[in-house]
Design a protein around this ligand. Structure first.
Ligand SMILES: Nc1nc2c(c(=O)[nH]1)N[C@H]1C(S)=C(S)[C@@H](COP(=O)(O)O)O[C@H]1N2
Ligand SMILES: [Mo]
Length: 318
């Protein structure tokens, strides 16, 4: 995400992926040759000392028919090229700065226009429905993309548990925020806590995932531990991390990036190659680790959501 108005291109283009990857290979090589043997650590651990902190195995009941068969992006890329502004605005910042993030105990409060408001511990939440592995394409508004084997279940299972009232039309989400745990948050350039929202029918769509893990394990801190949303047909910033509050409401809720820059970031933010960002094209994307850019697909290829938007002008409702 970008805030500076004078910048003309997204971050992914400022630092091309191949440069970024080469720099990492270089780091791995240098550290590996010099200090590697000393500590008896692997090359990887030296280059990326933060990886695989606190990961716990998550057993998955089923593979999902929603999964893409496209090649999964390497774990190291998914966990070291992140947007999580609470832990810094650089792509490598969250992996470095979220290592000591306290994610236990953790609870999620569900309130608002529901018959059965409730605060769930994350352990309770995890048991509400069988966990599935869902391999989704994930497309950032900055025109890079990844393919991730998420673990979770359809968010609709949680909604059913709390019984939304007929007046409920939207779902508002809020991330955890603690200035002491997230000192860089004050310099993020966005208002925190991070907030997001969906229309109720979007939230009810089976593709909308309440997510607890990836790559067979609990979520790494930098990817939104211990629980986040994943909405695969929308730009990545809709997929709010480290969720603590869910509220069913009647009116369209405020959302962080729309508040920060309403001209550039709308409420819907459906992936749409035909509607450019004011400062760059959305027609193509760079899949992390790939050299050539690929075409971006309408709804990120999730055509099954198209009926949610019939009759809507997606240029106005960007
Ligand atoms: N709380 C919070 N959630 C967030 C963000 C953030 O800065 N804070 N960044 C968003 C953006 S812009 C993207 S692209 C995705 C990135 O998810 P990933 O790092 O797991 O790939 O998280 C989204 N969720
Ligand atoms: Mo993003």
């Amino acid at each position: 995400m970008l805030i500076k108005k004078n910048s003309e291109v997204p971050w992914s283009e400022i630092t091309p992926r191949w440069l970024y990857l080469n720099r990492r290979k270089f780091l791995t090589g240098v550290f590996g040759l010099t200090a590697g043997a000393l500590a008896g650590q692997t090359l990887r651990e030296l280059a990326w000392p933060t990886q695989k902190v606190q990961a716990a195995k998550l057993s998955v009941a089923a593979k999902s028919p929603f999964s893409t068969t496209e090649q999964v992006t390497p774990y190291d890329d998914v966990t070291h090229y992140n947007n999580f502004y609470e832990f810094g605005t650089g792509k490598e910042d969250p992996a470095m700065n979220a290592t000591r993030f306290q994610t236990s105990p953790w609870s999620v409060k569900v309130s608002g226009l529901v018959d059965k408001p409730r605060t769930f511990s994350v352990e309770e939440l995890q048991k509400l429905a069988p966990l599935e592995e869902r391999i989704y394409r994930h497309r950032c508004v900055e025109a890079w993309s990844i393919v991730v084997p998420w673990i979770g279940y359809s968010f609709s299972a949680l909604l059913k548990e709390v019984s939304p009232q007929p007046k409920a039309k939207f779902v508002a989400f809020e991330s955890y925020y603690s200035p002491s745990q997230m000192p860089l948050g004050s310099r993020a350039g966005i208002e925190l806590p991070y907030i997001e929202g969906l229309r109720l029918d979007e939230a009810m769509h089976p593709l909308t995932l309440l997510c607890f893990g990836m790559f067979g394990e609990s979520l790494p801190n930098q990817d939104g531990a211990p629980v986040r949303m994943v909405i695969p047909w929308k730009y990545g910033f809709k997929s709010i991390k480290s969720l603590v509050k869910i509220k069913l409401v009647e009116k369209k809720p405020d959302t962080t990036w729309n508040l920060a820059n309403p001209v550039e970031y709308g409420f819907y933010s459906n992936v749409n190659p035909g509607v450019d960002h004011p400062r760059w094209s959305q027609a193509k994307e760079r899949r992390l680790g790939e050299f050539f850019r690929r075409n971006t697909l309408m709804f990120n290829g999730y055509d099954q959501v198209a009926s949610l938007y019939t009759g809507m002008d997606l240029r106005k409702n960007f």
